[in-house]
Each structure stands twice: as C-alpha cells, then as structure tokens.
Design a protein around this ligand. Structure first.
Ligand code: NAP
Length: 229
C-alpha cells in the first residue's frame, strides 16, 4: 500500500491531500499541530488503520525526529506542506525580528529537518518523492509588488533548500519537487482564490504521479508550468 507523510494535514490543502489519497486506498501519516482539535481530519478515518494522525509542530527543532519515532516503513511521498503567512504586518519599516525568524523556521527549516529525518524511508519506497509546498511569493524574479518580507524570504529560503535537496538526494533516487499550489481558497488563500482545494490537490498529485529525474529540483506551478526562481 503506498504511503504519504504530510504535514499541516488538519485543514486546507493538506487536509484535501489526505482525503483524496485515503479515497484512493493509500496509507496516510497525517501530521498536525493539535491532533486533539483535528476534528475534520479525524472524520476522514476509514477505520482500517490507513490513517495515522500524529502530533507535529513545525516550530520545534526536534519535531521531525520526534515524528520519525512514530512513522515506520517506506514513504512514497513526503509532503512538507505546513506553512504560515507570518506576522500580520510585513511592510517596509515594520519588520519584527522574532516573528520573521519563526516564519523562516516553520516554512523553510522545518521542511529541511523533515527531509533529513525521512530521506532514507523515502528512498526505500516505490515513488521516492519529496514535495515542498512553496509559493510564487518566494520567487525573486516574480516579485514586482514588494513587502511581505517574512513570507517571501521564508519561501525563497525553502526554494534554495529544495534545490540543494534535489542535488544531495539524487543519488538515493529521490525526486524533489518544489510547488506553487496556485491561489487556493483556504484560510491562508482567502475566499477569492481561483482554485478549490480539490483542483489544487488533483493537479499536484498528477504532477507527482509523473515525477521523474528530469523534474528533480524544479519549481512548478500546479498547472505544470515551470516558475522562475
Ligand atoms: N492557499 C494558497 O493560495 C497558497 C498559495 C501559495 C502557497 N501556499 C502554501 O500552501 C501550504 C498550505 O497552505 P493552506 O493554503 O492550506 O493554508 P491553511 O489552510 O492556512 O493551512 C496551513 C496549515 O499549516 C499548518 N501549520 C502552520 N504552522 C504550523 C506549525 N508551526 N506546525 C505545524 N503545522 C503548522 C496549519 O496548522 P494549524 O491549524 O495548527 O495552524 C494548517 O494545517 C502552506 O505552506 C502555504 O504557504 C498556499
């Protein structure tokens, strides 16, 4: 049975990935900050042992290692999806040192710690994919509106980390994909996004199903278009 480990599984895009893969017969290790409050996630439980709901706080340095103790066996898709927008105020002149640091920890450093903890289990799977939920807001080439210092810097850092992972894990046969999910109607994306969570997830899973060495280390829009860094 194929297996996905995904973070931020209690709502938004991560919840929909979990729902879709469970409906396809997968085993999903669904990591979230507060399992006790993850009622939407728990409702998806088919009751046959294929869903494991696991505690994971991306802001904790040892979170990936703690999770590793609970996730056994090969992992076909490791999806570092959890992310935060960061402080409310992110315009020039209002940078908040601690809040920016925390945003970079959650959005960029936590995915690296996950890859370090789970690369060997991904390498033992059939699909061997690490997917990083980045954002076009992390593209330096695409930035023509400024601001959003914490979020942009954190996703640019994630992109740099993803590129290095693609080089360092290539010899293990792992394909690292860096995604912009599109503008998706979630708590983060807001009500005006142009994609539903299902459209986003079906698109991402189609791309992952086609993962091959030629896609390793590339930054993809959910449409499959390559994005500039
Ligand atoms: N929606 C969009 O248009 C869009 C566009 C570009 C990129 N993205 C990226 O897509 C990913 C998913 O976003 P979404 O749209 O689904 O947003 P969302 O509905 O706000 O969900 C964010 C998820 O990340 C989790 N999370 C945040 N901080 C965490 C932490 N410290 N530890 C563990 N989990 C944490 C949240 O858990 P809690 O419930 O515990 O907070 C939640 O499950 C993010 O990385 C985001 O940057 C989204």
């Amino acid at each position: 049975m194929p297996h996905m480990l995904i973070t931020g599984a209690n709502r938004g895009i991560g919840l929909e990935h979990t729902r879709v893969l469970l409906s396809r017969g997968w085993h999903v290790s669904a990591a979230c900050r507060n399992p006790d409050q993850a009622s939407e996630l728990k409702k998806l439980d088919p009751g046959d042992g294929r869903l494991a709901v696991l505690a994971y706080d991306a802001g904790q340095a040892d979170a990936a290692e703690t999770l590793k103790a609970k996730v056994k066996g090969p992992i076909d898709i490791l999806f570092a999806n959890a992310g935060m927008m960061g402080p409310k105020e992110q315009s020039f002149g209002s940078s908040d040192f601690d809040a920016m640091t925390r945003t970079i920890q959650v959005n960029a450093l936590a995915p690296l710690k996950l890859a370090e903890a789970f690369a060997d289990q991904v390498a033992k799977s059939q699909m061997k994919v690490i997917a990083l939920q980045s954002s076009r807001m992390g593209s330096i080439a695409d930035n023509d509106s400024g601001g959003r210092y914490a979020y942009r810097a954190s996703k640019a850092a994630l992109n740099a980390i993803g590129k290095s992972l693609s080089v360092d894990l290539k010899s293990k046969g792992i394909v690292t994909l860096i995604f912009h999910p599109g503008w998706v109607r979630t708590d983060m994306g807001g009500p005006n996004g142009n994609l539903t969570v299902n459209e986003c997830v079906e698109g991402q899973l189609d791309l992952i199903a086609r993962a091959n060495p030629a896609m390793n280390g590339r930054f993809f829009h959910v449409s499959g278009e390559d994005l500039d860094w």
